[in-house]
Design a protein around this ligand. Structure first.
Ligand SMILES: [Zn+2]
Length: 342
């Protein structure tokens, strides 16, 4: 490519970027605006840190602690070049949206209530064919029966699901049947032209109730508060969660949702079984068998398909930058900031 052609492409890219790439925070978040703004910005910050850590020319220049995190979460076989390429690709895409803007066509929109949805019956040849949940702002009534152009909330299997129900607090979502008491904090919905990240209203109520001001301090979100949040104290640190899961919990939540954005191929591998440090380590074990194919049926779902693997890596990289040290079993040494303490 000639230098002038390269320059032309670069210019085109930057012009498009300035018009199109942004996220917006919907007015439904106004009641908790500071908290949401901080959380979203911090979530993008985790992703940026992770990108910076892996996007180096030579894998030999990647720090050993960073390599360990790559190994545990993505590549037990130590295929660092693949991990580097996959991680950089995913994080770089998210970095493109990291600007808050007032674009009419944002890449990612954050919502704090579900009022924009309504239930609608789709008719085909005059007969009711399907009941769907539709974003009534994006697809006003009468905007046509062309289903593929409507902002329908799709579930994993293609069916439409009810975002209000999905977002409820404990044990009500269809995902939750076997867990009974798991809680959905946020949902990502890839629409035809945008991605909506729904922050669940009950969670924001909880934040208010507990007067949490700070979304991203590891001190604010210590293990005890996380335990109260999910009301599963006996499980915390014993079975399902580790210290590594609690650090930057809500910034990590945003990083997790961003991994799903505009990308139906990054999912929660095994639904709830895709969450948390221990599950991510287990999922990493199938990395060697990962098959990349345009044909969904040929997927072997491994760590590069799992949103929480990307979120946990980003969180760990950021925490490491603040002096934490991570171990393979998910325990974490805190930075020695206030003298000796346990
Ligand atoms: Zn997810």
């Amino acid at each position: 490519m000639s230098p002038s052609a390269a320059f032309g492409l670069l210019l085109l890219h930057s012009v498009l970027w300035s018009i199109a790439s942004a996220y917006t925070i919907d007015a439904s978040c106004n009641a908790n605006l500071d908290f949401v703004k901080n959380m979203v910005a911090a979530g993008f910050g985790l992703v940026q840190s992770a990108y910076d850590a892996v996007a180096v020319q030579d894998i030999n220049n990647v720090d050993d602690e960073v390599k360990d995190l790559m190994k545990w979460l993505f590549t037990p076989s130590e295929n660092y070049e693949l991990a580097q390429a996959e991680l950089a690709r995913v994080y770089n895409r998210i970095n493109d949206w990291a600007q808050e803007g007032d674009s009419a066509f944002p890449n990612v929109e954050f919502y704090c209530d579900t009022n924009r949805f309504e239930k609608r019956t789709i008719t085909e040849q005059g007969q009711p064919a399907e009941v769907v949940w539709v974003d009534k702002v994006m697809s006003p009534p009468g905007s046509g029966q062309a289903k593929r152009h409507m902002a329908i909330v799709r579930g994993v299997n293609g069916g439409s699901y009810n975002p209000e129900e999905e977002c409820k607090k404990f044990g009500v979502s269809r995902h939750m049947s076997d867990w009974g008491k798991q809680a959905t904090l946020a949902i990502t919905m890839n629409m035809p032209s945008t991605t909506q990240i729904q922050i669940c209203p009950w969670f924001l109520d909880y934040v208010n109730e507990k007067a949490f001001k700070d979304s991203h301090s590891w001190k604010t979100w210590g293990v005890g508060k996380v335990a109260r949040l999910v009301k599963l104290k006996e499980r915390i640190l014993e079975r399902d969660f580790t210290m590594a899961d609690t650090i930057f919990l809500f910034d990590k939540l945003i990083a997790h949702e961003l991994a799903h954005a505009h990308n139906d191929r990054i999912i929660d591998v095994g639904d709830w079984e895709g969450y948390g440090w221990r599950n991510c380590l287990r999922i990493a074990q199938v990395e060697a068998n990962e098959v990349r194919s345009e044909d969904r049926s040929a997927w072997v779902l491994g760590p590069y398909s799992n949103a929480d693997s990307f979120a946990l890596f980003a969180s760990a990289i950021n925490a490491r930058g603040q002096g934490f040290r991570f171990y393979e079993d998910g325990t974490v040494d805190k930075p020695d900031v206030a003298g000796p303490s346990k």
